[in-house]
Design a protein around this ligand. Structure first.
Ligand SMILES: NC(=O)c1ccc[n+]([C@@H]2O[C@H](COP(=O)([O-])OP(=O)(O)OC[C@H]3O[C@@H](n4cnc5c(N)ncnc54)[C@H](O)[C@@H]3O)[C@@H](O)[C@H]2O)c1
Length: 369
């Protein structure tokens, strides 16, 4: 059987430093008999030399467009919207065009026009119907880091008029942990050594586990960590436990309408401790958003917005919807690790259930065009 040929395309979405293949996983696939081409990339957190060192062939940025059609083009994010040429390859990526998103037809129609195929990573599922790879863990991890940062910033600056300054991607996790520990230390020195109480809802999921891991790694004591999931929210909100925590991280997967977790009424109390909310779930525009006290998706440049409370300390929300980009190296590594077993089935993609299902789904949506 001829080897599977993967072509790692350079990401073009602004500020996207993550990559669909890392040097480590490239090596693993090369060892498994794959042939791998990696595009030079001006954005990737990984240096082209790291891929070259493990044996990948380096090719110019954007060269996938004219690559032989037997290559599978592998990327993470959407292709640029301003390009419309027909797509002739098999593509593995997130395309965001199966849920009637704005412009979905323009994105999807390029594949049948060129007789190409889309395997959308968001819908790669194992036989139990569980997603094979998602970025959740590092979303929760990064969200919790911003949560501690905001809580500490408020104490250290003592200035209610300022919002948490912008943050940029960290070269690796150790640097992030070091910085958060140092913020925490400065804040503890100012507040008499009282650690924040941190409540995570959706604690059993991917994002929730990541949030808890961050809190533990920066040294939040176990007794200050409150881990909630379905059982604890079953009685229905709003919950006073949120208001009496310092940092609240929402990590639930919202699949049905639920009563809100908080409301202005519960927040507007003089003894509120809560100063920081990180809405990792970021169902910002969903009419059933359980955190209905803010309206915008925040960004790394300006990570938080103040909540319009009338009493109690200043309260801010972080609702960044691409949190894993704060740690592009580890987020990519973690993600591809989950994807690896499925990638190794690519030689049998005509029969391997994960790829067969993904192709059927693609064909179903093409029919809707
Ligand atoms: N902001 C970002 O950058 C970012 C990145 C990745 C994922 N997300 C979002 O985060 C959300 C969670 O993703 P995940 O991969 O962790 O999902 P997941 O399915 O792994 O975990 C969700 C958890 O929420 C719990 N849950 C669901 N409803 C609940 C409720 N009403 N009360 C308490 N717990 C509840 C579930 O039991 C589960 O443990 C998704 O909406 C996803 O789109 C955001």
């Amino acid at each position: 059987m001829s080897p599977v040929i993967l072509h790692l395309r350079a990401e073009t979405k602004p500020l996207e430093k993550r990559a669909a293949l890392t040097p480590k996983t490239t090596k693993e696939l090369l060892d498994a008999g794959f042939e791998i081409y990696v595009e030079e990339s001006s954005q990737s957190i990984f240096d082209t030399k790291e891929y070259e060192a493990v044996g990948a062939t380096i090719v110019p940025e954007g060269s996938w467009k004219n690559a032989p059609t037997d290559r599978i083009i592998f990327g993470l994010k959407e292709l640029p919207e301003n390009e419309t040429f027909p797509l002739v390859h098999e593509h593995i990526q997130f395309a965001h065009c199966y849920k009637d998103q704005a412009g979905w037809k323009d994105v999807l129609k390029r594949f049948p026009e060129g007789k190409g195929t889309l395997y959308d990573i968001e819908f790669l599922e194992n036989e139990q119907g569980r997603r094979v790879a998602a970025f959740g863990f590092y979303a929760g991890f990064a969200g919790a880091a911003i949560g501690v940062k905001d809580w500490a910033f408020k104490i250290i600056s003592g200035d209610d008029s300022a919002d948490l300054p912008g943050v940029t991607a960290y070269a690796n996790e150790d640097l992030l942990i070091e910085e958060i520990k140092s913020d925490l230390k400065l804040a503890l020195a100012k507040n008499g050594g009282v650690y924040p109480t941190c409540l995570v809802i959706g604690a059993l999921g991917r994002c929730g586990s990541g949030a808890i891991d961050l809190f533990q790694k920066v040294g939040i004591p176990d007794e200050n960590l409150i881990k909630w999931d379905m059982k604890e929210t079953a009685p229905g909100g709003p919950f006073k436990e949120i208001v009496s925590s310092d940092i609240f991280i929402n990590c639930i997967y919202l699949s049905q309408p639920i009563p809100p977790f908080i409301s202005y009424e519960t927040l507007n109390v003089p003894d509120r401790k809560l100063t920081t909310i990180v809405d990792v779930s970021a169902d910002t525009t969903n009419p059933h958003n359980p955190i209905p006290v803010y309206e915008i998706a925040t960004t790394f440049d300006s990570p938080t917005v103040p909540v319009k409370t009338t009493v109690g300390p200043k309260l801010s929300v972080c609702s960044i919807d691409h949190l894993p980009s704060l740690l592009p190296r580890e987020a990519s590594e973690f993600f591809v690790r989950d994807l690896m077993a499925s990638l190794k089935e690519l030689p049998e993609r005509d029969t391997a259930s994960v790829w067969v299902k993904a192709k059927k789904l693609f064909e179903k949506h093409v029919e809707r065009l």
